[in-house]
Design a binder for this molecule. Sequence first.
Ligand SMILES: [Zn+2]
Length: 311
Amino acid sequence: MTAQRVAFVHVDLDDLWAIAACYGVSVPHEMAAHVYRDAIPRLKVLFEEAGVRATFFVVGRDASDAPRAALLQTLLDAGHALGNHSWDHNLNYRRLSEADLDADVSRSERVLKEMLGVVPRGFRAPGYGASPALLRVLAQRGYAYDSSIMPGPWGWVFRALDRRMQRQAGKPDGGGAKSQYSNWGEAFGPLRPYRVDQDRPQMVKADSPLLEIPAATAPLLHLPFQAGVSMRMGEKYFRTLLRSFAWKPGMPILLLFHGADLTDFSQVRLPFFRKAGFFNIPVETRAGLARTFLEALKERAEVVTTEDWLE
Ligand SMILES: [Zn+2]
């Protein structure tokens, strides 16, 4: 038998304030950390029961807050890894200069080190906003991998879904100008992890110090292999995509969660979250689907952290 395929589980820990900013709404101060408080304990139990260790991508500003750092510590204690998800989840990440990116990435790094003693080895840009400048910064700062490039042509679908949620909530111009999700230049890059040419991010460069692990994209149609999208589209979507990895033998499978996937939004008394479809799926239903996804993933691959796999 050939060596077993590996799978990674990643979680982008966007707290409620960051989710709200994506849709151009604001949340009262006392609710800003709701995702951390509500979802981290639930994710911890979910992964413990499934016997899975994951990498959680952390927004530095959240880790600078002692109660949230304590929640992150519980993840470290359970054997999970932490990656860097920028300092404050700027949604125009793709447009920042190299100097601004270096300041942003390093500020988040410092907080992770000070609060948790962690030196992150991986990075994911807010809104999948990768750029040559970002990859140069990560390579210079000694990161082992970036996982920001979403090699699918579906960026426009995500943007359209976001706009629909904004309309449902009566916020037609919600987030304003954003550069989230993949653009055409990235749509047809490799799906496998590859040594990335910092100047041409969809190209392989054998001696590059930085590994690009494309963000959760399935073979064939290059659809997003994400828990939240699968919760909306249904179990069949998830299983169809999982099967499609058979077309890429040996390629690691990356399944991406977001903190929101396991958050109970019924306590969030804001019109936007009441009206928008996804947030109204009961959290028990979403947790049940997440368990199903992890069990199915484990039938096809050995789930390891990206950090352990890199060793
Ligand atoms: Zn994010």
